[in-house]
Design a protein around this ligand. Structure first.
Ligand code: PNS
Length: 161
């Protein structure tokens, strides 16, 4: 069985992430979305909230699982038998950062964890989680950026601040 992990912060999940999830789920028999529980960052959504949002967004894709992980991706991948990490590339500006992560993971895993890039659909090439947060913080329209059910959850975070 060909399986892969799609790691990320997903804070918040965007339609660009969801597009990558759907396309990777078509390529692999099983895709795990790995939500990073990063204690160094103060996220908009807790890791539990992000896992629940991803589960809701992917509930109709039968071969997608959602889990959280902390620590090094290579350790989580080794423990769970993943040899491919999927990442999305929006533009050349992503490439340097993504190449660095991919090569670091290859080195840390002694070659056991490879990275597969899917180029984002042009429709979503401008989307980023940080952009969505900035727009939402000023009450702007995020309806073209995130799944419909997530919109009010994001605004609520800013209204409660
Ligand atoms: O959505 P993001 O924040 O761009 O995802 C970054 C992520 C989660 C893929 C990356 O930061 C990661 O894998 N972090 C876990 C810690 C780790 O393994 N670091 C070494 C590789 S840089």
């Amino acid at each position: 069985m060909k399986k892969a992990i799609y790691p990320g912060s997903f804070d918040p999940l965007t339609l660009g992430h969801l597009d990558i999830i759907k396309r990777a789920a078509d390529i692999f028999d099983e895709l795990t979305v790995g939500v990073l529980d990063n204690h160094a960052k103060t996220p908009l959504f807790s890791v539990e909230e992000r896992v629940n949002i991803l589960k809701e967004a992917t509930k109709d894709i039968s071969n997608v699982r959602v889990e959280s992980f902390s620590g090094l991706l290579v350790d989580y991948a080794k423990q769970n038998g993943y040899h491919v990490s999927v990442r999305g590339l929006r533009a050349i500006t992503d490439f340097e950062y993504e190449l660095q992560i991919a090569q670091t993971n290859k080195m840390l895993s002694a070659g056991a964890l490879d990275t597969m890039f899917l180029t984002s659909d042009v429709e979503y090439s401008y989307l980023s989680s940080s952009g969505v947060k900035e727009i939402a913080s000023f009450g702007g329209d995020i309806s073209h950026c995130v799944p419909a059910f997530e919109i009010d959850m994001i605004y609520a975070k800013y209204n409660n601040k």
